[in-house]
Design a protein around this ligand. Structure first.
Ligand SMILES: *Cc1c(COP(=O)(O)O)cnc(C)c1O
Length: 390
């Protein structure tokens, strides 16, 4: 995928395009290399910056850490490049999502949210937006979607967490735009290397950077990305007013982690392919969802709109006792929530109140050696199949 002159002129921003993913992430958001300077400048740890005593604060010059952070701006440049829009980062994914909901929705508005997406988005909207006069409609990720007449905002989540359902983003965006409905996509599971919703017709991307984007299970992060400068400015103003910014050390760690995103996703996705095939043929498993399985209902749409498949596989065992035995028998799958990290983890989602079967596990494949992971999970499934459910 390298441009014709990629070898000669150096891999600088504005150079020959398009570059491959590995090239894009390793350079994303970095300043031009300067002799004697690090590639990624260290975190600027400042809550205040010196003011010019004559002029006082001047637009474009850093003065206070809530609106201003050089470290955060570099990370935002990087994610913005990858998503194809202007990016604002937040302390967590929920800070980003709540910013979108609160800046766009007014009393009397209607919002369509996924019925099967991240549970807290739905719960938060029901708790905080409904009492403020916002009507909430739920639609399953795979559809059917209601008429968008009178709908202010539709939030899609594809692939959805935890069910890994996929929706045709371009198709839903076109239907929504006919009615002037704003289209947002939660891009957490795919990451911008997996799909770029803005290029598929969405107006806004929201995401948790806590998961695969940063991938080391060591920080929380959220972001929004959009092309409409007015929408970005409203969200920036909300962020400045509510204060949900990421810290500078976390922003720097996130930026450092981005450089390996292509490598991490490649191994996670390869591991997920091998594990999904194993799960699909094992008698302990009642059902398995992964958009890359040829038998999966989402495979056609996923192949069309996604550039790579996630490292997350969702499957169902007989029940709670079988899942407990699965974890006991495995050495490489650690019970933990969240996903997208270096280490393989599994999460029984019903324990968090998700409206899913007791035996449903969201398995997040890490970057371990594929054969080791497959052998370990096969052993754990063999143990789980022998457990009687009470
Ligand atoms: C985790 C997650 C969020 C929330 O992100 P936090 O960083 O935990 O606040 C939102 N959407 C999806 C799809 C998620 O998986």
């Amino acid at each position: 995928m390298s441009g014709p002159d990629a070898g000669g002129s150096g891999l600088v921003a504005g150079g020959p395009e398009p570059y491959g993913d590995g090239t894009r992430v390793v350079r994303a958001g970095l300043p031009e290399p300067e002799p004697g300077q690090p590639f990624l400048p260290g975190p600027v740890l400042a809550s205040i910056f010196a003011l010019d005593p004559d002029t006082g604060p001047v637009p474009g010059r850093d003065s206070y850490g809530r609106p201003d952070s050089p470290t955060r701006r570099l990370l935002e440049a990087a994610i913005g490049e990858l998503e194809g829009g202007e990016c604002l980062t937040f302390a967590t994914g929920m800070a980003a999502i709540s910013t979108l909901l609160f800046t766009v929705l007014r009393p009397g508005d209607t919002v369509v949210l996924p019925s099967d997406g991240y549970y807290l988005t739905r719960a938060f909207a029901q708790q905080e937006l409904a009492p403020r006069g916002v009507t909430i409609r739920l639609a399953p990720t795979a559809g059917p979607y209601p008429s968008f007449a009178g709908v202010r905002l539709v939030l899609l989540e594809s692939p959805s967490n935890p069910g890994l359902e996929v929706c045709d983003i371009a198709q839903v965006a076109a239907a929504a735009h006919e009615h002037g409905t704003l289209v947002a996509v939660d891009n957490t599971t795919a990451t911008p290397l997996g799909q770029t919703p803005l290029a598929l017709g969405a107006d806004v991307v929201v995401a948790s950077g806590t998961k695969a984007l940063t991938g080391h299970s060591d920080l929380l992060l959220g972001y929004v990305a959009a092309r409409d400068p007015q929408l970005v400015e409203r969200m920036r103003s909300w962020r400045t007013g509510t204060g949900g910014i990421p810290g500078n050390v976390d922003a720097w760690l996130a930026h450092r982690s981005l450089a390996t995103l292509d490598l991490r996703l490649a191994r996670q996705s390869a591991n997920a392919a091998a594990v999904a095939a194993l799960l699909a043929g094992h008698p302990a498993v009642r059902s398995v969802r992964w958009p890359g399985l040829p038998t999966d209902p989402s495979t056609v749409v996923a192949a069309r709109q996604m550039r790579r498949l996630p490292g997350v596989v969702t499957f169902e065992l007989a029940g709670r006792a079988a899942v407990a035995e699965f974890f006991r028998a495995s050495r490489l799958v650690t019970a933990a929530t969240s996903f997208g990290g270096l280490h393989t983890t599994g999460d029984r989602r019903a324990q968090w109140g998700d409206d899913v079967p007791e035996g449903l596990v969201r398995l997040s494949c890490g970057i371990e050696t594929t054969a080791d992971l497959v052998a370990d999970i096969a052993r754990a499934l063999d143990a789980a199949v022998r457990v009687p459910e009470s």
